[in-house]
Design a protein around this ligand. Structure first.
Ligand code: IVH
Length: 693
C-alpha cells in the first residue's frame, strides 16, 4: 500500500511518540487492550488514506503497526476477530458468487443535461415541497456497493446486480480500507450504500503493470473497479487499491436523522469516508451556477466523476416526493456536457506485444479530445470489440479514460452506411505468419512463435526499459534501425555492438555512438533483480524480479529451481511458478543467457541484493535528514532487505538519527540501541558495495 510521506508530522514527534507513551501506560494491562489500540490506529490510518486526506502516519509506520498486530494475533489466535484489519489482506477464494436480495431495491436516477432540465426538476419538486433545499454531491464514476452490518460487524457486501438481486462480494469488500469492518455502535442491522471506485493513479498503474506482465488492460477506472470487485480470489482485490464513498443509510427513521446533510455526518461518525465536496443550495439558479462551474473542474479530482447528484435535503420531503417506477422524484443526476468527441475508425490494426499478445488497435481520424490530438485507441481484445460492436468505418464516440487513455465509448450505429466491415482476429500473426491461438479461459489471442520479429522487437524494448536494464538513449526507433541493419537479433547482441558498425547507421554521430556503448556497458552491472525482470518472463514484473533475485541470488540457481521451490517464495503462486519453470526450460532461453554471460553481464545478485546486508534488521530513521529524503532512505532500507519502522522498541536493531532528533533518539539511548548518523549509514552501505542512490 502506498502512502504519502508526512515528514513534518513525524518531526514533531507525533503520532508515534504518542503511541509509545500510550503503549507504556498500557504496559501492565492486557495484551487484549493493546491489540485494540493497534487496530484502532490502523483503521484510522486506513480511513485517512482512503479518504484521500493527508495521511497521518508514513508507510513504514503503518507497516510496523500492522506487523506488530499480525505477530500478536499469531501468538494469541484467540484474539483474532473478523473485524481486525489483518483480515483485509484477502485470501478467500470463492468458487462463484452467491446471490443477495437487496433490503430495498437499488434504483437509478433520472438524468439532467442542461440548466433547463434542472429548472424543470426544481419545478416538479417545488410543486410538492415548496421550500426544498438541495444537497449536491459528486457523482463518482464507479459502481454501487451495498453493505450490511449485523450487530455492528460488516456481514455482507453486494454489487447492484439488476437492482433487486446482486452478487455477494463480502470478502472483496473487506479488502477496501475505507470500509469499516466494525461500527462504533451495534444495531441489529444497518444497511449502507455508496460508490466503490478506483483512483485514477491506481488505474494507470494497474494498466501499466498488466501491460508489463502481458495481460490485457482495462478500458477505464470504472471497469477496473468492477473487475476488481468481481474477483473470486480476494487477494487480487486487496492489491487493487480501491476506494469507497458512502452516501446513503437505509431505515434512517430509526437513526433520528432528518436531512441528507445529517446522513452524511452520521456516516462519517460511523467511520465511513464521505466525499467532502458536497454543497447545500436553497435556490435553483445558484445550484445551476455551481453545476456549470463544476463541469470545468471535473478533471481536478484524483478519481473520475461523471456528474453531480442533486438530492432534496429533507428526508421527510424526500418521502413526500416518493418514487416513480424506476427512480426517486427527490433526486436527479446532472451529467456534465460530454467531453466525448466523434471520430471514425479508419482501420483496426493488430499490434503484437512482448509476450505475443495480439492487441487490436483502432486507427482513428485524428481528433482533439480533452486537450490532445488522438489518432489511435487500444481496443484491448476481441471480446471488447464484439461487446461494443465496433466495425471498421464506424463513427464512434471517443473520450479519455482516467483523463489519459483514449477510449472508444460507443459506436453510433445511426451513422452506418452499410460499407462498414467487421473485424476478426487474424488466424496468423501479422508480423511472422505463425498461427495465433487463444488459450482456454483467456481473452487474449497470442502469436505462438517465440521468434516472431514483433515479439523480439518488443522484448528488446522491454529489456532496455528503465525498470529493467535501463539503457539510456536506446529508444524503439533506434532498436528498429539496429534490427533492420542486422546489427542485432536479440537484446544480448547489444553487448557485442562495435563502434565501427554503429557509426554507419543513419543519423548516428560519433558522440551518440560512444554514449550508447557506454550506457550498454554500464547496464551489465544493473543487478540480478532488474535482469530477471528484463528477461520478460510472463507474470514476472519488476517487483517479482527483485524478490526472485533475493531468494536465489544467482541466475543459475533460479534457472534450476523447481516449481515447488519457487512456490515457497511469498508472492509466487502456481501460475508465476509454472511460467518461470517453462521459461527456463526453453532452449532459446539457455542460448540467450549464455550470450549474456559471455558478454560479461552480471548474473549474480550484487552485494546489496544478497540477503544479509540489512535482512531481518529493523531500522528507525528519525530527525531531519540532509543527504536523503525520508522516502529515499526508507526505500534504501527496504531495497537491502531491512524494515523501516516508525517507533523505537527492543526489536529495533539500530537508529539513523539526523538533526534535531528527539524522543526516538532518547528512547534508543535508554534502551541501549546503536545509533548512526546519516553519514555513517551511507558509509556502512557503501562498504558493502551497495549503491546509495
Ligand atoms: S444516490 C436512489 N449519490 O450513480 C438513488 N448515487 O443512478 C441513490 N452514484 O449507480 C443514488 N455517486 O452508484 C448517489 N453521490 C452519489 C453517487 C451516486 C455515484 C452512482 C450510483 C448509481 C448512480 C445513480
Amino acid at each position: 500500500m502506498e502512502r504519502q510521506d508526512t515528514d513534518k508530522e513525524k518531526e514533531k514527534g507525533r503520532p508515534t511518540a504518542e503511541l509509545d507513551s500510550q503503549k507504556a501506560e498500557l504496559a501492565g494491562q492486557e495484551t487484549f487492550e493493546w491489540v485494540s489500540v493497534l487496530r484502532q490506529r490502523i483503521e484510522e490510518a486506513n480511513r485517512a488514506y482512503y479518504g484521500l486526506d493527508r495521511p497521518k502516519i508514513t508507510d513504514a509506520e503503518y507497516d510496523a503497526l500492522m506487523q506488530e498486530l499480525m505477530a500478536l494475533e499469531r501468538e494469541y489466535p484467540e484474539l483474532v476477530r473478523p473485524d481486525s484489519p489483518t483480515q483485509r489482506v484477502g485470501g478467500y477464494i470463492a468458487k462463484a458468487f452467491n446471490k443477495v436480495v437487496h433490503a430495498e431495491p437499488l434504483l437509478s436516477l433520472d438524468n439532467a443535461f442542461h440548466a433547463g432540465d434542472l429548472r424543470e426538476f426544481d419545478r416538479r419538486v417545488r410543486a410538492i415541497s415548496p421550500h426544498a433545499e438541495y444537497i449536491v454531491e459528486l457523482k463518482i464514476d464507479g459502481l454501487t456497493v451495498a453493505l450490511t452490518y449485523a450487530d455492528g460487524i460488516l456481514s455482507c457486501g453486494a454489487t447492484r446486480g439488476d437492482g433487486t438481486v446482486g452478487e455477494e462480494i463480502t470478502a472483496n469488500v473487506k479488502t477496501i480500507g475505507a470500509i469499516p469492518l466494525r461500527l462504533p455502535q451495534s444495531r441489529a442491522r444497518l444497511d449502507i450504500r455508496g460508490e466503490g471506485y478506483m483512483p485514477k493513479a491506481s488505474f494507470l498503474q494497474l494498466n501499466q503493470e498488466r501491460e508489463e506482465e502481458g495481460e490485457s488492460t482495462f478500458a477505464n477506472p470504472r471497469n477496473a473497479a468492477a473487475g476488481s470487485l468481481r474477483q473470486l480470489n480476494s487477494k487480487v482485490t486487496a492489491k487493487r487499491k480501491l476506494g469507497f464513498f458512502a452516501y446513503q443509510v437505509l431505515g434512517v427513521d430509526g437513526q433520528g436523522l432528518t436531512t441528507q446533510e445529517e446522513v452524511l455526518a452520521f456516516l462519517a461518525s460511523l467511520g465511513f469516508v464521505v466525499n467532502p465536496e458536497f454543497r447545500k443550495f436553497a435556490d435553483v439558479e445558484s445550484l445551476i451556477a455551481y453545476c456549470e462551474g463544476m463541469a470545468e473542474k471535473r478533471h481536478g479530482f484524483p478519481y473520475e466523476i461523471d456528474g453531480l447528484v442533486i438530492k432534496v435535503n429533507s428526508l421527510a420531503e424526500q418521502r413526500k416526493l416518493g418514487f416513480t417506477a424506476k427512480s426517486p422524484r427527490w433526486a436527479i443526476a446532472y451529467k456534465f456536457p460530454a467531453e466525448q468527441v466523434e471520430t471514425v475508425v479508419e482501420d483496426i490494426v493488430v499490434r503484437v506485444g512482448r509476450t505475443g499478445v495480439l492487441t487490436p488497435t483502432a486507427s482513428l481520424t485524428p481528433v482533439l479530445v480533452a486537450g490532445s490530438t488522438v489518432s489511435r485507441a487500444t481496443l484491448h481484445n476481441l471480446d471488447y470489440i464484439r461487446e461494443k460492436d465496433i466495425h471498421i468505418g464506424d463513427h464512434v464516440l471517443l473520450q479519455k479514460a482516467g483523463d489519459v487513455i483514449p477510449e472508444v465509448v460507443k459506436v453510433l450505429p445511426e451513422k452506418r452506411t452499410g460499407s462498414e466491415r467487421s473485424f476478426g482476429m487474424p488466424a496468423v500473426c501479422p508480423e511472422c505468419a505463425s498461427p495465433v491461438l487463444q488459450e482456454e479461459g483467456e481473452v487474449a489471442h497470442r502469436c505462438t512463435s517465440i521468434s516472431c520479429p514483433a515479439r523480439q522487437r518488443e522484448a528488446i524494448i522491454h529489456f532496455v526499459s528503465r525498470a529493467a536494464m535501463n539503457i539510456e538513449g536506446l529508444g524503439p526507433a533506434l532498436i528498429q534501425q539496429l534490427l533492420d541493419a542486422e546489427l542485432i537479433q536479440d537484446a544480448a547482441d547489444l553487448y557485442f555492438l562495435e563502434f565501427d558498425k554503429l557509426i554507419t547507421l543513419e543519423r548516428m554521430g560519433k558522440k551518440s555512438a560512444e554514449n550508447l556503448l557506454e550506457a550498454i556497458t554500464e547496464s551489465k552491472a544493473r543487478g540480478l533483480g532488474p535482469l530477471i525482470f528484463a528477461l520478460g518472463i510472463r507474470h514476472v514484473g519488476e517487483k517479482a524480479g527483485k524478490v526472485l533475485a533475493k531468494a536465489f541470488a544467482s541466475m543459475q540457481r533460479l534457472a534450476e529451481a523447481t516449481q515447488e521451490e519457487l512456490q515457497q517464495i511469498p508472492d509466487v503462486g502456481p501460475i508465476v511458478g509454472r511460467s518461470i519453470v517453462q521459461f527456463f526450460a526453453l532452449e532459446s532461453t539457455r542460448r540467450f543467457l549464455d550470450k549474456l554471460r559471455q558478454a560479461g553481464v552480471n548474473m549474480e545478485a550484487e552485494a546489496w541484493e544478497q540477503p544479509g546486508l540489512l535482512a531481518g534488521k529493523t531500522i528507525v530513521v528519525t530527525g531531519t535528514l540532509e543527504r536523503w529524503e525520508r522516502r529515499e532512505i526508507e526505500t534504501l532500507i527496504e531495497r537491502y532487505g531491512g524494515k523501516a519502522a516508525g517507533s523505537v522498541s527492543k526489536k529495533t536493531d539500530f537508529v539513523v538519527a539526523g538533526e534535531k532528533a528527539g524522543s526516538k533518539l532518547a528512547k534508543a539511548k535508554e534502551l541501549g540501541i546503536p545509533v548512526m548518523t546519516e553519514e555513517e549509514f551511507g558509509v556502512y552501505l557503501e562498504k558493502a558495495g551497495a549503491p546509495t542512490k
